[in-house]
Design a protein around this ligand. Structure first.
Ligand SMILES: Nc1ncnc2c1ncn2[C@@H]1O[C@H](COP(=O)(O)OP(=O)(O)OP(=O)(O)O)[C@@H](O)[C@H]1O
Ligand SMILES: [Mg+2]
Length: 397
């Protein structure tokens, strides 16, 4: 059987993918900012016109990289060409006032701040360590001074409240400028950082009651966590995905197309085949895979001997197959499980190989995330615009 030839995306689909490209300084996506212009598609090549606010825009390289990586997720796309242009002074004024309005009103499609990097932790099958990876990465990022949201998207099988030692019920409150009451995430301070956590486990009485949520549409619950939580400032949002469902992924692609996936797999080469399903699902919903994490790698006994209990090589093989990096290999350590049981992620209490690996992966994520400085009225770009507009309006200019 010959592989199916992918069909070209519609222009609307391309625009939707481009909505994942954020101009960090202006705090909005390039489509809504009016920076994305004409789109043409011929034989796998997408050409897109992009208007920059100023020709020498310092973010040009970043925007180019983002456009490429977002569009190349589509199986039809083999090449992305960008026709750079510059806005007219009038267009610039319009875009700047929109950016200012956005900054003032904190207006985004969801309540997740536009500058937060969103990472969904997924796998092809259950029980491979998604939740353990989520809590340890979240704790490591917070220990590095970051503000980290954790969204437990495992609506029926939540484990985040227990693993982070945060059993308190969520409360709602009226927030300035918002019509309806918002859910206030539970917070936990870690060093100079902060965790902000929501889970259906914080809504129900006990873990057994979760069954009652079966009637609830999965994506609806996730949507509520994206829209109705007063997230406030976040550097990162980590989403612990439920096992084996594409629904939540499709929902995220629609609601937060800038979500990056981290795929967790065990080292067995057979697990890699299963994990590829998660990557396929990501691709089908056009989400970018940011990397692979191998969990439950070699177990080293107290005599220092290592055993590949669940095989070896699966993480690297998966990363190679989907063309992303293997971000780390976390060994089997009973302390990982124990940390989950007592609500203290291992990274906060130990310096074992697993703890060091979680911290190193968190650092790679930090290094891979551009520093974002949301537009303020005194930013160089804004001043440049003011000057240009004044000049163009002045009769002597
Ligand atoms: N590196 C590790 N070493 C030892 N135990 C681990 C490790 N990673 C995870 N575990 C344990 O394996 C079990 C499954 O992990 P976890 O709950 O994180 O997986 P999951 O992928 O989120 O599962 P589910 O699909 O059910 O949500 C847990 O008991 C956890 O404590
Ligand atoms: Mg889990």
């Amino acid at each position: 059987m010959s592989p199916r030839t992918p069909t070209a995306p519609t222009e609307e689909e391309v625009r939707n993918l481009l909505k994942a490209v954020i101009d960090p300084e202006l705090g909005d996506n390039i489509v809504d900012l009016g920076m994305a212009g004409d789109i043409t598609m011929v034989d796998g090549v997408v050409t897109i016109g992009v208007k920059l606010t100023i020709r020498g825009c310092p973010l040009r390289a970043q925007i180019q990289k983002d456009i490429r990586s977002r569009l190349e997720v589509h199986p039809w796309v083999t090449k992305v060409k960008i026709d750079w242009g510059e806005m007219t002074p009038e267009e610039r004024t319009a875009v700047m006032s929109r950016a200012r309005w956005n900054a003032r009103e904190n207006a985004t499609d969801t309540a997740v701040p536009i500058t937060a990097r969103v990472l969904a932790i997924a796998s092809g099958k259950g029980g491979v360590g998604k939740s353990s990876v989520t809590v340890n990465l979240a704790a490591a990022l917070a220990a590095a001074g970051k503000t980290v949201g954790v969204l437990d998207a495992d609506i029926w099988g939540f484990s985040i409240p227990r693993m982070l030692g945060m059993p308190d019920r969520l409360e709602a409150a009226r927030v300035d400028g918002k019509e309806k009451p918002m859910i206030i995430p539970n917070e936990r301070v870690i060093g100079k950082g902060l965790l902000k956590v929501v889970s259906t486990g914080m809504l129900v009485e006990d873990e057994g009651t979760a069954l009652m949520w079966r009637g609830l549409m999965l994506t609806k619950a996730v949507e509520q966590f994206l829209n109705d939580v007063n997230w406030g400032h976040l550097d990162y949002l980590l989403i612990d995905m439920p096992p084996g469902t594409g629904d939540v992924q499709m929902g995220l692609a629609r609601m937060l197309p800038r979500t990056d996936m981290l795929i967790v797999t065990t080292p067995a080469v057979s697990a890699q085949k299963v994990a590829i399903r998660a990557a396929d699902m990501a691709r089908r919903s056009f989400l970018r895979v940011a990397g692979v994490i191998e969990n439950m790698s070699d177990f080293t006994c107290e005599h220092g001997e290592s055993y590949a209990l669940f095989g070896s090589g699966g993480g690297q093989a998966l990363a190679d197959e989907i063309g992303v990096e293997l971000l780390g290999q976390i060994p089997i350590e009973p302390a990982v499980a124990n940390g989950g049981d007592i609500g203290e992620p291992l990274v906060l209490t130990a310096t074992s190989i697993a703890a060091q690996t979680f911290t190193a992966i968190a650092q790679r994520i930090i290094d891979d995330t551009p520093e974002i400085d949301v537009m303020s009225d005194c930013s160089a770009r804004a001043e440049d615009v003011v000057v240009t507009v004044r000049r163009s309006q002045s009769p002597q200019a």
